[in-house]
Write a protein that binds this ligand. Sequence first.
Ligand SMILES: Cc1cc2nc3c(=O)[nH]c(=O)nc-3n(C[C@H](O)[C@H](O)[C@H](O)COP(=O)(O)OP(=O)(O)OC[C@H]3O[C@@H](n4cnc5c(N)ncnc54)[C@H](O)[C@@H]3O)c2cc1C
Length: 287
Amino acid sequence: MSIKADVAIIGGGVIGASIAYRLAQAGKKVVLFEKYDFAAGATGSCDQCVFLQSKNPGIHLKLALDSSEIFQNLAKELDYTIDYFQHGGMITIENEMEMRVMSDFVEKQSKLGLDVCIISRDEAAKRQRGLAKHLLGCTYSPTDGHVNPFKLTLGFIQAAKKLGAEFYIDAEVTAFRQEGGRIKGINQIKKELRSMVKSAKYSEGKKAKGASLEELFNSEFMREYTDFESYEELLAASGLTAESTEVVNAAPDGELDLHVRRTTRFSSWLEMQDTAANEYVIKKLGF
Ligand SMILES: Cc1cc2nc3c(=O)[nH]c(=O)nc-3n(C[C@H](O)[C@H](O)[C@H](O)COP(=O)(O)OP(=O)(O)OC[C@H]3O[C@@H](n4cnc5c(N)ncnc54)[C@H](O)[C@@H]3O)c2cc1C
């Protein structure tokens, strides 16, 4: 399948999703490819904070302040619930040195327009139960808040879709197509192709449609990724025999992984199989 677009975005985290939305808003034909699922990367692991006062005075704080403005009306703009709450935030101050550093930091941030101040430990304790008794105080900004990163990402995606952007999940970008030194396109593997990859895996052995051990671990693959010319050589050097999948699978836990780590560019036997299967299918498909 061939997809034509003004802009192709790789990665459906919050950054890719927001770029897709803004470009679609600007009238661009956008397509986004995500390897796994939306927010499957750092976005889905983050701690949800929209934390302004941790930003250094300068461009970071400026961007954070501008983002905070955008967040005020973002749910309405996207027509999507993103669970954005501005409940305020604090950074604890434990000693005199930290007090000096944070006082200076807060002064600089305030000059750039951030609503932030230093409050006493007792004031802070009214906002947060269980604060340690030895604290000297806290910085406090009422503008800090949090947002649900999954909903935020999906909000951008839904809104971009309404503007005509296309999104593909289970779609790993595997290569760029170049012409005259410029990127002219990308190759991607979709869900259907993934199942072909699975069927070609070594664990399926000779039962796999069309993929023998020799084809998977061909000499080109072995030379590129390992210290050996052939798969048999690799196994011979390990002390294991290469008669069947079962023999390899029966190797004591970790022994084969250790050998693979020492003599190839892979960190495990599974990773080596996966890469070989992927490369086999990609080659078969003519990419
Ligand atoms: C624990 C933690 C806490 C954090 N806390 C905060 C915070 O409080 N405030 C804050 O502002 N930031 C925070 N961050 C940082 C913030 O979450 C990340 O900077 C942000 O989510 C990055 O978004 P992204 O879209 O660039 O990357 P990601 O969310 O990682 O998205 C990249 C996507 O690309 C996909 N992908 C990769 N390769 C391919 C390929 N070849 N083909 C197709 N798709 C591909 C991946 O599957 C992934 O979904 C935190 C991060 C972590 C991990």
